[in-house]
Design a protein. Structure first.
Length: 306
């Protein structure tokens, strides 16, 4: 099947818009005879008349107007295709659909987003917060380009790059008998006071795994939906909980009447990583993003003395 060329469609759109061969040829930077011949060849190819020609002007037929409108859409889509391809060649540009787990997003994103957008002004991020397995399902289905998760977690064959490591801290009510002191061993913690996130949050499993406290999980009388909820419970004297280092800073402690102590257990207790599909076509971009977030986090903690 012979198809019209993009050049022919461009000529048709221009002639229909201006209703004048001379002006259309001038806009298209070709001679009038070249443009006229191209339109005639298009009409011959389609087997229809697109223009009514007189000595003074050109009138598009109703079909000519209809096809010119469709041609305009085709040209616009083609231009968009080229732009998308050009964007894809530029490091970290265009749209990127990023998933983040809720035990990382409120603590990581404020520290890195401004820097990422400053370094990669052409990058348009679309963010989604969800639990680890839900993000992996969306990633595998192609609904996300990448996701920020915490390890250890079964990634199911997906590729990843670790860009940060951290330890856990134990949060106590400010007036708790164990709130003061240095590193504390998990075996000394009062298991009956332990507050945990609900099932599905990887932080729950990470903390219990590091501290070998699976039995305590069964005795926990409260399961929170977010770290903020747990912190409020701790501040209210309802128990103790685990917090990742990233969540704890001076502002956080100032806003919540709690005290934190590090664990004796050797870290890191969890690793923050960027995950993507093995066949994803922008792997180099994602590796660059992971490196960028590492550098921004390092600079943040150096500036704050942590």
């Amino acid at each position: 099947m012979n198809l019209p060329t993009l050049r022919q469609l461009h000529y048709l759109v221009t002639v229909v818009e201006l209703c004048h061969f001379g002006q259309a040829a001038e806009r298209c930077f070709v001679t009038q005879s070249t443009l006229s011949t191209a339109i005639q060849e298009l009409e011959a190819l389609l087997g229809v008349q697109l223009l009514e020609r007189t000595k003074r002007k050109v009138l598009p037929t109703p079909l000519g107007v209809e096809l010119a409108n469709k041609a305009r859409e085709i040209l616009s889509m083609t231009e968009s295709l080229v732009q998308d391809a050009q964007v894809d060649r530029q490091p970290l540009s265009g749209e990127l659909r990023l998933g983040v787990i809720p035990t990382v997003s409120p603590f990581l994103l404020p520290k890195v987003l401004t820097g990422v957008r400053s370094q990669f002004a052409q990058l348009e991020l679309f963010l989604l917060e969800d639990q680890s397995q839900h993000l992996l399902d969306r990633l595998a289905a192609g609904e996300l380009d990448c996701a920020i998760l915490a390890l250890p977690f079964d990634l199911g064959g997906l590729e990843h790059q670790v860009f940060w490591q951290e330890k856990f801290l134990v949060a106590f009510p400010a007036d708790h008998p164990m709130s003061q002191g240095g590193p504390i061993a998990s075996k000394k913690l009062p298991g009956n006071e332990l507050l945990l996130l609900e099932q599905g949050h990887c932080l729950r499993d990470h903390a219990l795994g590091v501290c070998h406290m699976k039995a305590m999980a069964r005795r926990s009388s409260f399961q929170g939906t977010s770290l903020y909820t747990l912190v409020q419970m701790v501040a209210g004297g309802q128990g103790i909980t685990f917090l990742p280092e990233m969540a704890v800073d001076e502002d956080f402690l100032a806003q919540n009447p709690i005290a934190v102590r590090p664990l004796v257990e050797k870290g890191p207790h969890r690793e923050i990583c960027l995950v993507w599909r093995a066949a994803y076509h922008r792997k180099a971009d994602l590796a660059l993003l992971a490196d960028c977030m590492h550098d921004l986090l390092k600079a943040h903690y150096q500036a704050t003395g942590k």
